[in-house]
Design a protein around this ligand. Sequence first.
Ligand SMILES: *[C@@H]1O[C@H](CO)[C@@H](O)[C@H](O)[C@H]1NC(C)=O
Ligand SMILES: *[C@@H]1O[C@H](CO)[C@@H](O)[C@H](O)[C@H]1NC(C)=O
Ligand SMILES: *[C@@H]1O[C@H](CO)[C@@H](O)[C@H](O)[C@H]1NC(C)=O
Length: 457
Amino acid sequence: STLASLFAILVCSTRVFAPFISSGTMSKSIDPPVEQINAFGDHGPLRRIIAEDPEWSLALVPPLSILCLQNIVTNFEGMLFKELLPAHKEYVLGRLPPSLPLHVTANLISDPGYWRRCCVQRWNPCDVSQYGHSWKRMFFEKHLENLLELFIPDVTPPQSILELVPLCRDYVLRLDVSQLLPPIKEPGNPGRESDVGPSMDHFDFGLLLDQLSRLEELRLVYRVRGCGMNFEWNLFEFTLRDCEALARALKSCHTLKVLRLCQSKVEDERCRILALHLLDHPSLLELDLSHNLIGDRGARAIAKLLSRSRLEGLDLYDNEVAGPGGRAIAHALSRSATLRSLNLRLNRLGDEGGRAVGQALLTNRTLRRLHLGANEMGEASAAVLAQVLVQNDTLTSINLSCNSLGADGGKILEDAMSHNNAVTEFDVRLTEVGEGSEAFIGQRVRSNQGRVREHPA
Ligand SMILES: *[C@@H]1O[C@H](CO)[C@@H](O)[C@H](O)[C@H]1NC(C)=O
Ligand SMILES: *[C@@H]1O[C@H](CO)[C@@H](O)[C@H](O)[C@H]1NC(C)=O
Ligand SMILES: *[C@@H]1O[C@H](CO)[C@@H](O)[C@H](O)[C@H]1NC(C)=O
């Protein structure tokens, strides 16, 4: 049918006949260039002919094959495309509009150029290196993220997201959802609860996660971006129902390696529910619960998770973990064979927690990076950590900034660093250790860095 319609175009188009006419004596153009007219050798008074088609030009009619391909581009559909010669495919791919429906393009087109146009048209600037240099992956990840971020419970049909799953599941490795919308509140009657209530408090990831068979990294934030003057606390609520649904969904997602659930007011109860469902997860390597409200009970649940998982990275930056929670995590750390990086920055460990973490590192030395900044720690923690430094095994980065280690703590650390050859990052700023100790530690760190550069492990 494409060919037939094309032939019709050929027969009818005045453009097609125009060049044949012009090859006679008539030159059809509104303002023909002087050379063209003189080319006829006529020195008499100029004859002016007004063209019927003001857009007509002397350019050649494109070859039939190109006309066919142009027609395929404007009326794109899969069947015809598959039969094209490679060179023709390339021509078509270079010209397809990015607005084609996904159910046509998703499984048919793998050409990076096409998906690049789709991305650039919607999101600029685009940094494809963040997506393993795959434009198609970038398109589907960002497209799915956008749908999730605009999903309104009981208003948006879940089907609108689920119908995308068969098209995108091979390309979605990471999802970074930076907002989740709550249900719309009943207008007019703010005090009265409706009889049934919303069917979900935010998008239910149970609908989606077990179907994304390549998903490795998930970052969620249960909040509404840019709410401005419409601020209400319920825009920032990760409800128990959300938490249970999410926890079950995470358990069913067997490919997940990295989970980040930040700034979502996760407190002890929710933390426990999540940790419980993640026990013995087959693939989880990194857990980031920074900027939440996790206290000691939550920390105990996480400690249990540490001992029953293969976690390599744990980030509890900016929570409310105090001494007992710190002890629980330290205990798990002393038995962990996998944890490489631990971030407890901006908690309330105090010396109780700080010493416990230090003791754990004396017995088990898998940890490479430790952040204990801003934890109300004092000289007692410094003393234990100094012993860890003397053992100089695997720890390469340690951050103790914003604690009150004091001048004596500084001296102990200084002494320890003179025996240490492994630490290449050590932050003791704002710890009251005194300028002398800070300078000495800095100098040791630089000489360690030099050694590592010369003899990389
Ligand atoms: C740390 O503890 C784990 C579990 O007890 C053990 O398998 C591993 O060998 C220990 N590592 C070191 C360096 O002691
Ligand atoms: C150490 O932590 C502080 C915050 O406590 C941070 O500002 C600083 O950049 C960190 N230092 C390094 C070397 O990462
Ligand atoms: C570790 O420290 C000891 C002394 O405490 C030292 O003899 C040894 O060379 C150090 N090892 C490394 C790898 O830095």
